[in-house]
Design a protein around this ligand. Structure first.
Ligand SMILES: [Zn+2]
Length: 79
């Protein structure tokens, strides 16, 4: 009996073949990240390596209470 391998959480699913734009893609056994295009018969890999830090980090979001307090303050109300 063949044992099914564990799912690879880092496997991405491409929507189109990068060579011919076909949507007929199936996982391939070449590597853990390989896909096989049924139209052009190419086998390619799609792998997520991580994410760079943004050049400018956004400010952390205000809490609802802080946002309400700022809004009321702008309109001349006191809490
Ligand atoms: Zn293709």
């Amino acid at each position: 009996m063949r044992v099914r391998r564990k799912p690879n959480p880092n496997r991405n699913h491409p929507l189109h073949c990068p060579y011919c734009a076909s949507e007929l893609l199936f996982p391939d056994e070449e590597t853990e990240f390989a896909w096989s295009c049924q139209d052009c018969l190419r086998v390619f890999s799609v792998q997520f390596h991580g994410q760079d830090d943004p050049p400018v980090k956004p400010e952390p979001a205000r809490s609802s209470h802080e946002a309400l307090a700022n809004s009321l303050k702008r309109k001349g109300h006191e809490l």
